[in-house]
Design a protein around this ligand. Structure first.
Ligand code: ATP
Ligand code: MG
Length: 711
């Protein structure tokens, strides 16, 4: 089998072979990024089927995304003794898709509340129904509810873990779902858990069906997922889990790296295999990854050595802002592709959250570069907090624009259809007036609405006379500020922060233009180009297109060239984590200070995941300003060479130029390099003390590898 694998170009090293050949019983592969964990898992699937003659049907492979599941099946089909037909029979699925089928097969037939937006709308109604609309945001309540449920907490018995009001909202929401026969993604897992706990025959049938379980990305498993897997794996416990505690990035979903770290205690007869050779990235990239993750305290110490000794080093950019960043990277992408060394599909652009990709997406579309956006289908300008503000601007420019009115109505708590019907009638009667001006005679407006409507009618005609950024500021104050500042006794407040980010980003986008007309014209032009591109099909099939995704989505993937954008303080680490009160529930047993530390460690893991996606080229870009605020280089990158604790030389000004920032110090295991950039774009080398991590002498910062796009 292994010889046949080699003939197919798949070479496995000794510990990898050991894991593939593992007999029955539990198996843990705990190893760093790019060390071949997923490869081993795939290899073992082939081995079980081809050598041990296990029926492919008896295998259950759990992956983190549908894309990963599909890729795995494709890879399995290439293995010796396998073909597409056989590979198809293997169950390679996400937790959700697998357990959705399980509950359906057992007669549980419910409608799935699909998109997050659908749930938000429903939750908004519930909160309003209870009269709490000024106190709680639907997004936050939903994430809090999910957090408890995924930890198998009975929300009727939460004690005083949450305020009574919140508990009331939880219960009202659950009741509403039950009455309407709805379930959400969390409920799929919980119902499966209940089903398997209460019906031993159903569990037994499933255990018989899935005799070999293989779980990828195990570090991001949450409690209910782990319990489900454990139940099905019994009694043989043919359970293989692979993962890396340094890559736990879903704590806000209840993922807990303790499960992987304590696996051998949970299963004392488990075989543990560690892999320490990275086959993915160059030594410089791994050196950087090691140096970054090294700073986390709560982790299992691992060493990771790279096999690729290419002298290429990661590159650093310090653009003015995200628009400048996008411009420079587009230039770089065009250059790379023109030189025909690499094609678009070799390039990935990674970012912290979707708001950080606004500029990049715009410029890609405007410069006709094909790209595949793994994020939401909608553009930044269609986001539900952004779109209504733009609708106001459109209405201001063209008071007859009925489509714009459609998006304005919900912000006044008036249903679209009724409002529109009313205004169309008015339009017929008062042909020369502007329809929106008649809105204050809309029937049955409540007192607070009446006031809002009157204010809005006065506001709209003034907007297009302002600078676009000013107009946006004015609207966000009027429409959202009270809502966003609503008392939030919540956990991570992921959503709240994201909404603020969206609004800040909209302001920075608007700040580029002098007039509202120009701003709206630009957005329309961008959307037109984007749609034209989608129509050509270039964006749907990932033939040859640049990939854009959040770091979270990039888990497990690899690309020859990775651009990590927005690597500045406030973005990564995200500013929200410094408010420990918001993380009350994420890390319940920790002190305020410890909570921030724990959250910071998760952010650092996120940086580590991003770095380790790159095979040969990594560009880390840290804009000088983000959403209108000055920002430093992300501490995860600046820390590693400014830290006294590691006796690393601290940056000092170099003769002939004001020092702007130290660029990088990279531990590669030998000949480590330290270099810095000075403001007149010359590079200078720092002194050559031994590397604080590996103690080897440091190489001089070389000019050829030091290019930044401005130098
Ligand atoms: P991650 O932690 O990011 O999920 P991983 O540990 O799952 O990474 P893989 O994706 O399996 O790592 O492997 C990384 C790269 O190394 C892949 O391109 C894979 O083909 C290659 N690889 C794995 N093992 C070997 C080997 N023994 N020899 C050569 N290349 C290998
Ligand atoms: Mg993997």
């Amino acid at each position: 089998y292994f010889r046949a694998l080699e003939q197919r170009g798949i070479h496995l090293n000794e510990p990898q072979i050991e894991a593939v050949r593992h007999g029955d019983g539990p198996l843990l592969v705990l190893a760093g990024a790019g060390s071949g964990k997923t490869s081993v898992l795939v290899g073992r699937v082939g081995y079980l089927c081809a050598v041990r003659q296990i029926d492919p049907n008896a295998l259950l492979l759990v992956t983190f995304s549908k894309k990963a599941a599909d890729e795995m099946k494709q890879r399995v089909a290439q293995l010796p003794g396998m073909d597409a037909q056989q590979a198809k029979r293997i169950k390679a699925q996400t937790y959700h898709s697998f357990f959705l089928r399980v509950i359906k097969q057992n007669g549980i037939d419910k409608d799935i509340l699909g998109s997050g937006r659908q749930e938000q709308i429903a939750m908004k109604k519930i909160i309003k129904g209870l009269g709490f609309q000024d106190r709680y945001q639907p997004e936050t309540i939903l994430s809090l509810l999910s957090f408890y449920k995924l930890q198998l907490k009975n929300i009727r018995e939460l004690g005083d873990a949450v305020e009574k009001e919140i508990k009331d909202i939880f219960l009202a929401y659950e009741d509403w779902k039950a009455q309407n026969n709805y379930i959400n993604f969390d409920d799929v897992l919980l119902m499966a858990y209940e089903l398997l706990s209460k019906q031993p025959d159903v569990l037994a049938a499933l255990q018989k069906q899935c005799r070999y379980l293989l779980v990828d990305e195990f570090q991001d498993t949450n409690l209910v997922q782990y319990k489900l897997i454990q139940m099905i794996a019994q009694p043989q416990n043919n359970l293989m889990v692979v993962g890396d505690d340094d890559q736990t990035i879903y704590s806000f979903n209840g993922a807990d790296s303790d499960f992987i770290l304590a696996f051998d205690r949970q299963y004392p007869n488990a075989e543990t295999v560690t892999l320490d050779i990275n086959y993915r990235s160059t030594q410089r990239i791994i050196g950087l990854g090691n140096a970054v993750i090294h700073k986390n305290k709560r982790r299992k110490e691992k060493t990771l050595k790279a096999t690729n000794t290419s002298p290429l080093v990661p590159r650093y950019l310090r653009p003015t802002n995200s628009d400048d960043e996008a411009e420079r990277l587009i230039e770089l992408i065009s250059r790379i592709v023109q030189q025909k060394k690499q094609s678009y599909k070799d390039i990935a652009v990674l970012f912290r959250s979707s708001a950080n990709s606004r500029a990049m997406l715009e410029q890609l579309a405007l410069s006709h570069i094909p790209y595949m956006d793994y994020g939401d289908k909608e553009t930044f300008y269609d986001h539900w907090v952004v779109k209504p503000l733009l609708a106001h601007l459109r209405l201001s420019l063209d008071p007859q624009k009925l489509e714009a009115i459609d998006d304005v109505l919900p912000t006044l708590y008036i249903p679209r259809d009724k409002g529109r019907e009313f205004l169309q009638n008015k339009e017929r009667i008062h042909a020369n007036d502007h329809p929106f001006d008649h809105l204050n005679s809309f029937p049955s407006l409540k007192g607070f609405q009446q006031k809002q409507v009157t204010e809005r009618i006065a506001l709209v005609p003034t907007l297009h006379k302002m600078k676009p950024q000013q107009a946006i500021q004015k609207m966000r104050q009027a429409f959202y500020d009270a809502y966003l500042q609503a008392n939030q006794p919540s956990k991570f407040s992921q959503y709240k922060e994201n909404l603020l980010d969206q609004l800040d980003e909209l302001e920075s986008s608007a700040a580029r233009f002098l007039t509202v007309t120009e701003f709206i014209h630009f957005i329309d032009e961008f959307k037109r180009k984007r749609e034209a591109m989608m129509a050509r099909g270039a964006v749907q099939n990932d033939e040859d297109a640049v990939s854009l995704m959040t770091i979270h989505k990039s888990k497990g993937m690899e690309f020859p060239i990775v651009f990590l954008i927005g690597a500045s303080e406030g973005t990564i680490p995200h500013h929200s984590i410094f408010d420990a009160s918001k993380m009350k529930d994420t890390y319940p047993s920790l002190s305020q200070k410890q909570k921030v530390e724990a959250a910071l460690e998760e952010e650092r893991r996120l940086a580590y995941v991003a770095i380790t996606r790159a095979k040969s080229h990594l560009v880390v870009s840290s804009p000088k300003s983000s959403q209108g605020r000055e920002t430093d280089i992300s501490r995860f990158f600046s820390d590693i060479f400014q830290d006294k604790a590691t006796q690393n030389p601290s940056p000092r000004p170099v003769r002939g130029g004001k020092m702007e920032t130290v660029n990088a110090w990279i531990c590669t295991g030998h000949d480590c390099i330290v270099w810095q950039r000075i403001s007149n774009h010359k590079e200078a080398q720092l002194d050559s003390k031994p590397c604080p991590i590996c103690q080897s002498p440091m190489e001089k910062g070389r000019k050829d590898v030091l290019q930044t796009s401005s130098s």
